[in-house]
Write a protein that binds this ligand. Structure first.
Ligand code: MTE
Length: 324
């Protein structure tokens, strides 16, 4: 049994099943030899504010942004000291302690290309793009497919604002997002069995939903690198792998994008990936979730508790696997 070769979030801590169900990832594992999967990187945990940024940050004055009271929570906010040292960011290692390794990412300058079926294709610097958007703070739950959860204050802007800025053409049905690719700074990208760069996508209707958010900050400050600085997606009703980090390209298309994890194992990770406690992952239950920073497990909610806002997006979609 090759347990050591399994990425931590693919085989979660608690409910891993024997390798018989370990599908075609073996294809990607070929050539791995005796090398463990990224377990050496990361280093000791650092406290929340101890991370250096790249020189002066011209966006600092935009924080903290005013909280949008339509998006608050009954659940306690997970402390920054917990979430800043427990991250999934496979570009920097296939384990949770990537916060130190992620500091190698240079986030200034940061160019973002908007292309495909849009009226205004362009490449724009992040510091210019953020000035065109209206920043606000929202408290959101986050539910990882591995069955851990957190609640955090994101700062950013609705994805719909960015869509309007791009000006999609009539036939555009999906928005595809791509993360940077630079194996010299992100050593995880030297692991050739993964289909880099990380890609994710949403339907146009999802992109226009009020909950879909583009985060540039967290805890009232610009994003630390381990959270996916300088700009990431936040889709709180979906499993966390849909919330792609450190975006460099946004493409409007009529083709449904195939995400990073879907490419690796479509039977386990699909396009829709909406949270549903009643649809188990093929290898573990999704009925409950562990709240980061506590020993508490709580019941998972359909659409992660956001059904009132998003359930209508998925009517008349029989035959599609909406929950994986
Ligand atoms: N984006 C990129 N580019 N690479 C990743 O490995 N991991 C995803 C998502 N976005 C990931 C990513 C997963 S599985 C989760 S749960 C969230 O980021 C974790 O976000 P956090 O580390 O800020 O909590």
């Amino acid at each position: 049994m090759n347990v050591i070769h399994r990425p931590e979030w693919i085989i979660p801590e608690r409910e891993a099943t024997p390798e018989g169900v370990f599908f075609n990832r073996r294809r990607f594992m070929k050539g791995l030899g005796a090398v463990g999967l990224g377990l050496a990187a990361g280093g000791p945990a650092l406290m929340g504010n101890a991370f250096a940024q790249d020189g002066p940050d011209p966006t600092l004055g935009l924080y903290p942004a005013k909280r949008n009271e339509a998006f608050t929570l009954k659940r306690a906010i997970t402390p920054e000291s917990v979430t800043s040292v427990y991250n999934n960011f496979y570009e920097f290692g296939s384990h949770k302690r990537i916060s130190r390794a992620a500091q190698a990412l240079k986030i200034r300058p940061w160019a973002i290309t908007i292309d495909g079926m849009v009226d205004n294709p362009q490449t724009i610097d992040f510091d210019d793009l953020i000035k065109k958007m209206s920043l606000q703070e929202r408290l959101y739950r986050h539910r990882c497919v591995e069955a851990w959860a957190m609640a955090v204050p994101w700062t950013g802007f609705p994805l719909s604002e960015l869509v309007k800025y791009a000006g999609p053409k009539n036939g555009a049905k999906y928005v595809r997002f791509e993360t940077f690719e630079d194996p010299d700074v992100a050593s995880g990208q030297k692991q050739f069995w993964y289909p880099w760069p990380y890609v994710e996508g949403v339907s146009m209707a999802e992109a226009m939903n009020d909950l879909a958010f583009v985060a540039t900050g967290i805890y009232g400050k610009p994003l630390l690198k381990q959270y996916g600085a300088p700009i990431r997606l936040v889709l709180p009703w979906k499993y966390g792998f849909k919330s792609i980090k450190s975006i460099v390209k946004i493409t409007f298309t009529d083709q449904r994008p195939v995400g990073f994890w879907e490419k690796i194992g479509a039977s386990e990770y699909g396009f829709w990936a909406n949270v549903n406690p009643e649809v188990p992952h093929p290898r573990w239950s999704q009925a409950t979730e562990r709240l980061l920073g506590t020993n508490e497990r709580v019941p998972t909610q359909l659409y992660n508790g956001y059904g009132a806002q998003v359930a209508q997006l998925y009517t008349n979609m029989d035959g599609q696997n909406l929950f994986r």
